[in-house]
Design a protein around this ligand. Structure first.
Ligand SMILES: Cc1cc2nc3c(=O)[nH]c(=O)nc-3n(C[C@H](O)[C@H](O)[C@H](O)COP(=O)(O)OP(=O)(O)OC[C@H]3O[C@@H](n4cnc5c(N)ncnc54)[C@H](O)[C@@H]3O)c2cc1C
Ligand code: FES
Length: 292
């Protein structure tokens, strides 16, 4: 079984949502961070890159990445939600003491065991930072087990940058390299401007000892893959997390099918080399072979 795949024998929280209590929320105009804990008291038991199916009673159920690291507060977990439709807007309105339903954790997360000893290049676009924040804090807590930690994070505008206090901490770590950029600057911004591929170009990496973990909008994947291949990275060492419409979240209903794969069960994290043969996955963002 893959190292972070769900435990298929697990019954509790597998088909039936379990109650979880909202302990704390941090709401901004564009998103909310919800800290919750299982009513049963069981630790969520997730790994970075996994997701939960979150129910808002009377509204529905949606997949949301777990954005906290399992190395911190094992009896609590955090979700970062951007309100885009019915269920996520209902989640956005949650307050402490409210109840939500949780199934999971599900899916295959980032290959944290397989990449031990390697330099880790994290590339996040937009809300893609949510699962990667779990990974980054996991690596921070096991720092001696990994090589360099390089974090590239791009947001559309400065007000859309998430986890600003984490970013400040990462920037203050001598053994982390942080490249933050925005597509469109405003008067409050005196940092980098431009898409995430620009800082990637600047960074010198040893392709043989680097693993890249990438989460963001599909259009970003095409260009990030191009930059990483230009740096001689092997597609075996590049990992993308994919998004599809999920229903069951456990490989039963076929809603998330991508060629012969179920994204919810076989992913959401995939090796780039495994996606190259899956036309459905890469037709929108694969680098063209003749592009230099
Ligand atoms: C593995 C995974 C992890 C996710 N993690 C997060 C997270 O950490 N935070 C977060 O805010 N969101 C996350 N999402 C996206 C979230 O699940 C969707 O935004 C949510 O399902 C929308 O449901 P809704 O009822 O609010 O809106 P709907 O009314 O169902 O949809 C609103 C709009 O979003 C589009 N949409 C809905 N679901 C998806 C999807 N999966 N992919 C692309 N477009 C979609 C719809 O087509 C529609 O245009 C994740 C999705 C997946 C598959
Ligand atoms: S969401 Fe049902 S199989 Fe993936």
């Amino acid at each position: 079984m893959p190292e972070t795949a769900m435990n298929a024998g697990q019954v509790s929280g597998f088909y039936m949502p379990e109650l979880a209590k909202v302990y704390r929320t941090c709401r901004k105009e564009t998103d909310i961070i919800i800290e919750a804990g299982m009513h049963s008291g069981r630790p969520l038991g997730h790994m970075p890159g996994q997701f939960v199916q979150v129910s808002v009673f009377g509204y529905g159920e949606v997949p949301i990445s777990i954005c906290s690291s399992p190395t911190r507060t094992p009896d609590r977990f955090e979700l970062c939600v951007r309100p885009v439709g019915g269920v996520t807007k209902a989640l956005y309105n949650k307050n402490s003491e409210d109840w939500i339903g949780i199934r999971g954790p599900f899916g295959r997360g980032f290959p944290v065991d397989l990449t031990k000893g390697k330099d880790i290049l994290v590339v996040a676009g937009g809300i893609g930072i949510a699962p990667l924040r779990s990974l980054i804090n996991y690596i921070m807590d096991k720092r001696e087990e990994y090589g360099r930690l390089i974090i590239v994070y791009g947001a559309k505008t400065p007000d859309l940058i998430l986890f600003t206090s984490d970013i400040e901490q990462w920037e203050n770590q001598p053994d982390a390299e942080v490249y933050l950029t925005v597509d469109e600057a405003d008067n409050s911004w005196n940092g980098r401007t431009g898409v995430v591929t620009l800082p990637i170009r600047e960074i010198e990496i040893d392709p043989a000892r680097t693993a890249a973990m990438v989460v963001g909008p599909p259009v970003m994947y095409r260009f990030v893959a191009m930059e990483l291949l230009k740096k001689d990275m092997d597609p075996d060492n590049i990992f993308f997390s994919l998004e599809r419409h999920f229903k069951c979240g456990i490989g039963k209903c076929g809603h998330c099918q991508l060629n012969d794969l179920y994204v919810c069960h076989d992913g959401p994290t995939f090796r780039y080399s495994d996606l190259l043969a899956r036309t459905e996955a890469i037709e929108a963002w694969a680098p063209e072979k003749d592009q230099d």
